[in-house]
Design a protein around this ligand. Structure first.
Ligand code: ADP
Length: 425
């Protein structure tokens, strides 16, 4: 049971009891002596304390310290109950000592069997004093039976109520755990459905993408070949060269597509092979940049590679594939002629290569998607399969490294390949 809510409830019950107590104290006929004074003192303390605990139970302080609040409330209740039991000991017709049961029930609900037994232990001497007051002041025989019986029943009550509270709280906890588990399962199911839906979309996208990516170069190759076949003699040597170059470019594009699809399927089946060795990443970056510049004359690609860049342990062919993919993308997704920079540096036992462009940038929502199979930014007009970065990241991870992006729409993107540097012995 949550102590916070329990205290709110008990504090309300105390307020409800105030009018009843006031009436009982007012109408009692007191014997000579200080009985009436003590009855009123106890009542004033009860009323003030009840109001105080009512406010405390609804305050921030009570919310933050529920256990301390319950202990204080229990001590207060016990003091008040004991006060009334002793003050009203003169009322012979009234079984006033039995209000100790209420205090005991509250303790059992608050603190289980232990709480109940403590109150039973505390009330035993109180009952003894109670019986003594009756016998001394009112000339009655001392009733040890009253002390023994009530203490015995109080112990029983502490055991029964405490056990019930314990069971209830265990069942409550089990129900909460079951509800949390159901919630977790529901969430997992929802995510699986979402993932399946996403995969099915991706597959549909992939089918249309590949058919487009295959059909376009094939149409160009067939068209050029037929033109050369039928109009060979009419064409000038430059025109023939242009058609032959087109056939070369488009078949290369087809070959690249087939390579990407095969690489992806090998990565997925775990058969993508690597031949590891010592790799001079600086030379690899220089080569990749030079090759990219040769392929596209209109683009300036600046390489910033510090001297003495540590080597890495890796597969040079695969790492070159990653760099080529990043540089190709930087060029492809930038406006015509926009500069691209490739920076390498050594940081804390790692070597990083940043490929920086001033292109369109990538929306943060798409920055996870582009590393997935067939993941492409929605609405991209450039040709592509969405497999390049998936393969590149798989290669980086197979080297114990990472591939990440930081990008802002309109400001460009930086793709960072991070690899552990090779230990020099
Ligand atoms: P592809 O280029 O064949 O589509 P990639 O896996 O290489 O496949 O890239 C996935 C997607 O990420 C691209 O379709 C493009 O939308 C986006 N992208 C990749 N690199 C860049 C970049 N430098 N600038 C902007 N968008 C990029």
């Amino acid at each position: 049971m949550q102590l916070r809510f329990l205290e709110r409830w008990i504090s309300l019950l105390r307020l409800v009891a105030i009018p009843f107590v006031l009436a009982a104290v007012a109408v009692a006929s007191y014997p000579p002596g200080a009985w009436e004074t003590w009855a009123w003192i106890t009542t004033i303390v009860f009323v003030i304390g009840s109001l105080g605990f009512f406010v405390l139970a609804r305050s921030d302080l009570g919310r933050r310290h529920p256990v301390q609040q319950s202990i204080a409330a229990q001590v207060f209740d016990t003091v008040i109950v004991v006060g009334y039991v002793l003050v009203f000991a003169f009322e012979f017709g009234l079984p006033v000592q039995q209000i100790l049961y209420i205090d005991l029930a509250a303790a059992s609900v608050r603190f289980g069997v232990t709480g109940g037994l403590i109150i039973a232990a505390v009330s035993a001497p109180i009952l003894a004093v109670f019986a003594r007051i009756r016998s001394v002041h009112f000339d009655e025989p001392y009733s040890w039976k009253l002390v023994a019986f009530q203490t015995f029943f109080e112990v029983l009550m502490a055991l029964i109520v405490g056990w019930l509270v314990h069971r209830l709280s265990r069942e409550g906890m089990e129900a909460e755990a079951r509800a949390a588990e159901a919630e977790r399962l529901h969430e997992a199911e929802r995510r699986t459905v979402e993932e399946l839906r996403r995969l099915s979309h991706l597959r549909a996208d992939f089918v249309s993408l590949v058919s487009h990516e295959v059909r376009t170069p094939l149409a160009a190759v067939i068209g050029s070949a037929r033109t050369l076949e039928h109009r060979w003699r009419e064409l000038s040597p430059e025109q023939r060269d242009r058609f032959l170059a087109l056939i070369g470019d488009e078949t290369e594009r087809l070959a690249a597509l087939v390579r990407e699809v095969t690489d992806t399927s090998r990565i997925d089946s775990g058969t993508f092979s690597y031949t590891f060795g010592d790799v001079d990443l600086a030379a690899l970056v220089d080569d990749a940049v030079a090759a990219a510049e040769v392929a596209r004359e209109s683009v300036t690609i600046a390489a910033k590679v510090p001297a003495g860049l540590p080597h890495v342990e890796g597969d040079p062919v695969r790492l070159r594939q990653v760099l080529t993919n990043l540089i190709d993308n930087a060029v492809k997704y930038s406006p015509e002629g926009a500069p691209v920079e490739v920076r390498a540096e050594a940081v804390n036992g790692h070597v990083t290569v940043d490929v920086v462009d001033r292109g369109s940038g990538i929306d943060p929502r798409d920055q996870l998607l582009i590393f997935e199979r067939f993941g492409r930014v929605h609405g991209t007009s450039k040709p592509g399969t969405g497999l390049g970065l998936y393969i590149a990241r798989a290669i980086a991870e197979a080297h114990g490294g990472t591939l990440r992006v930081s990008s802002r729409i309109g400001a460009g993107s930086t793709f960072t390949l991070d690899l552990p540097a090779r230990r020099t012995s």
